[in-house]
Design a protein around this ligand. Structure first.
Ligand code: SAM
Length: 433
């Protein structure tokens, strides 16, 4: 435990700006890193410096979030001082997504304490958005950071530090290599691997045969209905006139839930394009007669190959829906390039908004990031809040409140990883601004 950690427990009340901010700045300026963890401090006390492999880390921000008085029982000055402390920690490099021993980010602790609506939670989300955008810029420009400032040290000490650094680097590189190999092998992460992975349709899901990863599950039906409705709403012009030639494009067939809804919708599609890449899903579509339906055009293959052809042919859509598997946010950014070319002026683009859905704070961060990105493409997005189906929340409720018995059967029974834990789903609708 260091003085910095102690301060983050708010040993004295009221929390005054005059006391807390100078103390915090003093500790940070004296060289205690803003990410210095309780675990590191404990090891340091046992004589272990620079531990190489710490699986979880309780940072000053975690301690702060655990101990911050609830805003309803704080004065305005206390709230403002805590906010300023959070800002100060971020300025000195504190992280919004570090994980403590219970796998919680600082914001997760706020959620657990019922403080999701607090200004502190908003600060975590804003920090997350800044970090995501910065990371992207770093990636784009292939920037390198100077991580050592050469100083005039004792040569023996420099030698020792260099050999420690080299050892650390070697361990890190080995770990990164193993991680890369693992990810390349994971169908949920690597599209090439996914497209070669055998799939299985069960009663309520489409899963990878071996790993039991959920590719699509029927608890999403309600969300798909919202998607089908959004696409159909792209037939209505700004002046209220209706486009009778409703043309839509769904990317990712999965269980065919949204495509079935499109076909049964009150607004009938004149042309319904479906793009699907996986051979097992295409076989199911063939068996179920989708290839023979007169208004349906099946685009077999990845959207990355199919969409440029649609652009070339000058086809435009009232509605576009995107819900694939084993793709990443960067793929979605690539898709936006096509969406702006393929959407009619009054058309609607929507997608399965599961981005960051396995952690409430990440979900909020990605909601903001995707909004900013769509805005950059001239698309304005609105989010309709929908209650997430209860069966998806059983496990996360159990995890969060071990004292309260969570009710009902879990949607994740027999599924390897719960990819959704958020109580509210933000259904997106993007239109040209
Ligand atoms: C989550 S499921 C879609 C579920 C669908 N919305 C429904 O209502 O049943 C994702 C689907 O996208 C397909 N897919 C994944 N990557 C793709 C890509 N690059 N191009 C086209 N389809 C892709 C998968 O094979 C899978 O069938």
């Amino acid at each position: 435990m260091t003085d910095l950690h102690d301060l983050c427990r708010f040993p004295t009340r009221p929390i005054t700006r005059g006391t807390y901010i100078p103390m915090l700045t003093l500790y940070l300026k004296s060289g205690i890193p803003a990410t210095y963890t309780v675990e590191e401090a404990e090891l340091f006390e046992q004589g272990i410096e620079d531990p190489v492999d710490l699986p979880s880390t309780t940072t000053p921000l975690h301690i702060l979030m655990e101990n911050v008085p609830v805003p309803a029982q704080s004065s305005l000055e206390e709230i403002e001082t805590v906010s300023a402390m959070i800002d100060e920690l971020f300025q000195w490099g504190a992280g919004w997504c570090h994980i403590d021993t219970k796998e919680r980010t600082p914001a997760c602790i706020l959620v657990e304490r019922g403080l999701k609506d607090s200004v502190y939670f908003t600060q975590m989300v804003e920090a997350g958005v800044r970090a995501e955008l910065l990371l992207r810029k770093v990636g784009e420009h292939d920037m390198e950071f100077i991580d050592d400032i050469e100083m005039d040290f004792d040569p023996e000490m420099v030698e020792q530090t260099e050999s420690d650094e080299a050892e650390k680097k070697e361990v890190n590189e080995k770990e990164e290599e193993e991680e890369r190999a693992e990810l390349a092998d994971d169908p949920a992460n690597n599209q090439e691997t996914y497209l070669k992975t055998k799939l299985e349709y069960t009663d309520n899901a489409l899963v990878t045969e071996k790993n039991r990863d959920g590719v699509m599950m029927d608890w999403e039906s309600q969300l798909m209905q919202a998607g089908a409705d959004s696409m159909a709403s792209g037939t209505i012009d700004e002046d209220g006139s209706v486009d009778l030639e409703y043309v839509c494009l769904n990317i990712g067939f999965g269980m065919g839930i949204i495509d079935t809804m499109v076909e049964k919708h009150a607004v009938k599609p004149a042309k319904h394009y479906i793009c699907e890449a996986h051979p097992d899903v295409l076989a199911k579509m063939r068996a179920d007669g989708w290839f023979e339906m007169p208004n349906v055009v099946v685009l077999s293959g990845r959207w990355q190959e199919a969409l440029p052809k649609l652009l070339e042919e000058g086809i435009t859509f009232n509605g576009i829906y995107y819900d694939t598997y084993s793709e990443h946010y960067e793929d979605m950014l690539d898709l936006f390039d096509f969406v702006v070319g393929l959407l009619k002026p009054h058309g609607v683009f929507s997608f399965f908004n599961g981005l960051g859905g396995d952690r409430i704070v990440s979900y909020e961060v990605y909601k903001k990031v995707v909004e900013l990105d769509l805005n950059n493409y001239g698309l304005a997005v609105t989010f309709t809040e929908m209650d997430a189906p209860k069966e998806t929340l059983v496990e996360s409720q159990q995890k969060m409140a071990a004292d309260k018995a969570a009710e009902g059967e879990s949607a994740w029974e027999g599924i390897k990883r719960a990819y959704w834990v958020c109580p509210v789903y933000y259904h997106p609708e993007a239109k040209f601004a």
